[in-house]
Write a protein that binds this ligand. Structure first.
Ligand code: NI
Length: 138
């Protein structure tokens, strides 16, 4: 574990009260934990903006009856074979499939993959969860 450093923060009382209410709602046990998470969140956002190596998860919901959609999804994932780490497929019901694609690579490439998947006809919803490889966030 890295060395812990203590430092003081000056804040307006009103702002601190709001912060305390917020972190209580989010179940933080102390301010340090909450501030650590805020810092990491900002660092991860920066990693994505700067086009660094990132990690994430793409989720898709699609109707597998739609002509060619399954094949298209597979073809694209092969094209991005170095970025796609793993794919999980869940048959949600008779019509709908959920696919969770774990990704790692340059932020630009991951975002490109996300956009391509979203644009496929038959994909009803797509999200990209942006996280980090963990190397640069302490
Ligand atoms: Ni399915």
């Amino acid at each position: 574990m890295s060395d812990l450093v203590r430092f003081g923060i000056s804040l307006e009382k009103k702002l601190l009260d709001r912060f305390d209410r917020l972190i209580r709602k989010k179940n933080y046990t102390n301010r340090s934990e909450a501030i650590r998470d805020l810092i990491r969140q900002e660092l991860v956002r920066k990693e994505w903006q700067a086009g660094k190596e990132v990690a994430g998860a793409i989720t898709l919901v699609y109707d597998h009856h739609r002509q060619g959609v399954g094949q298209k999804l597979t073809d694209i994932q092969h094209d991005f074979g170095r970025t796609v780490i793993s794919t999980q497929h869940i048959h949600l019901d008779h019509d709908n499939c959920l696919e969770i694609i774990a990704v790692r690579g340059s932020a630009k490439k991951v975002e490109k993959l996300s956009h391509i998947l979203k644009s496929i006809k038959g994909v009803k919803h797509e999200t990209l969860s942006m996280t980090s490889t963990g190397k640069e966030i302490g």
